[in-house]
Design a protein around this ligand. Structure first.
Ligand code: NAD
Length: 427
């Protein structure tokens, strides 16, 4: 029987195209910088887009063909870096936007990487470990000439984690005939992963939140928060903000949202999630609430840490939070930007707020290349300093031009990449 290509329907129509969202901010920042047309054209287009079709023998013996992507947005600052997403709704424009965000993110935190992203259209929740392993290895083999420790370095994203990174590292190593630890980050600790990587993105969200609260003159112990998404980023951000004394009144995941006016005990929520297949469903430490309601709930800080486009022109007018810290990539549609700005809500944008992850991924790569393991203290101290410096730089630019932190972050990033491009030169 002929193999079929597994492809889900296109994403929901009312979702904004993340590539267009990214480009509209890029355009504003480019204008502020007075970016010349040549550099603009170089930076707006991805360097390379690869689409692969991967045949995988499923457990029932039938072959299913999965569609996968790897987009290299830019390598002016160094080898490209970016996660791999396993999701049934992944599509090329989303991967292109995520790849560009990686370029800007690495530039904002001043690490020597370009930007990339990958994805496979699949639903890992319905696949066995064996099926996911075969798919991951086949994807790696299909992209063996794209990946490389000095070329393009993948990492986990939604639907992937250390397990998939281990398979990717192993498969790539076979193709080059030697162990190549630095080809991928987010690996298990025993095989060259970095201490502090698991919590790195959530930790960066915490550091960015505290820095922003200080600018706003708000005391962390008097502040309430709602966190959307309770995966790697959301649960760690919740836990570390909870430890700093913030009252986390609402949390949610794909299975539901929960509210406790007195604050949720995040340690209990994490223990519950770990004991219940990674989901919050049935969590008794809070009362169930409407998932959409969480975004407009009565809290001081909102941390979207799940998926794109959850804050839109439709719900933005009703947001009560004074500060939004974007743990997720692209959680705010561009159409919501002016509404949020008018309301005087501060937004620490994704390319700054969640850059703690790629920063510690960079540390992992450095350690692999050094053949040396840093202590957890070395990792967290260096990552916190990079995060704080980046926040201050972006904040200063926002003050200088009287612009939002989001546009300021794009200005910082594009300026760095454009200046490097000028020095390196084109054809
Ligand atoms: P994850 O797969 O570990 O967790 C995602 C969480 O979001 C899960 O709890 C899931 O149930 C929940 N979720 C999904 N759809 C939801 C919805 N509609 N409403 C509420 N909850 C929903 O993924 P992650 O690694 O935590 O990534 C989350 C976001 O952060 C993504 O945008 C990702 O690109 C971004 N990000 C992740 C990292 C990282 O290091 N993991 C780094 C930078 C950015």
């Amino acid at each position: 029987m002929a193999a079929t290509v597994y492809k889900e329907p296109a994403p929901l129509l009312d979702r904004e195209n993340p590539l267009e969202s990214m480009m509209s901010r890029f355009n504003v920042a480019a204008e502020i910088l007075g970016l010349d047309e040549e550099t603009y054209n170089v930076l707006k287009t991805p360097d390379k887009q690869v689409i692969v079709h991967i045949p995988v023998t499923m457990d029932n013996g039938k072959v299913r063909v999965f569609e996968g992507y790897r987009v290299i947005h830019n390598t002016i600052l160094g080898p490209s870096k970016g996660g791999i997403r396993y999701d049934k709704n992944v599509y090329l424009d989303e991967v292109k936007a995520l790849a560009a965000w990686m370029t800007w993110k690495c530039a904002v935190v001043d690490i020597p990487y370009g930007g990339a992203k990958g994805g496979i259209i699949c639903d890992p929740t319905t696949m066995s470990a064996g099926e996911i392993e075969r798919m991951t290895r086949a994807y790696t083999l299909a992209l063996k000439d794209v990946f490389g420790p000095d070329r393009d370095i993948p990492a986990p994203d939604m639907g992937t984690g250390p397990r998939e990174m281990a398979w990717l590292m192993d498969e790539f190593s076979k193709t080059v005939g030697m162990t190549s630890s630095a080809v991928v980050t987010g690996k298990p600790l025993v095989m060259g992963g970095s201490l502090g990587r698991t919590e790195a993105t959530g930790r960066g969200v915490m550091v960015a939140t505290l820095a922003a609260l200080e600018k706003l003159g708000m005391e962390p112990t008097e502040v309430s928060a709602a966190v959307q998404g309770f995966g790697n980023v959301g649960s760690w951000a919740s836990k570390l903000l909870f430890d700093k004394g913030l009252k986390i009144k609402a949390i949610s995941d794909i299975s539901g949202a929960y509210w406790n006016d007195n604050g949720i005990n995040i340690d209990e929520a994490i223990a519950y999630k770990n004991a219940h297949g990674g989901r919050l469903e049935g969590f008794a430490g809070a009362v169930p609430m409407d998932a959409d309601e969480l975004l407009v709930s009565d809290v001081d800080v909102l941390v979207p840490a799940a998926v794109e486009d959850v804050i839109t022109e439709h719900n933005a007018p009703y947001i009560k939070a004074k500060l939004i810290v974007e743990g997720a990539n692209g959680p705010t549609a561009a159409s919501a930007d002016p509404i949020i700005y008018e309301k005087g809500i501060s937004v620490v944008p994704d390319i700054l707020a969640n850059s703690g992850g790629v920063t510690v991924s960079y540390f992992e790569w450095v350690q692999n290349k050094q053949g040396f393991k840093w202590t957890e203290q070395m990792v967290t101290e260096r990552a916190d300093r990079i995060m704080t410096d980046a926040f201050e730089k972006v904040y200063a630019v926002s003050q200088k031009y009287n612009i939002s932190l989001r546009i300021a972050a794009y200005v910082v990033a594009i300026d760095k990449v454009a200046q490097t491009y000028k020095f390196r030169g084109g054809y």
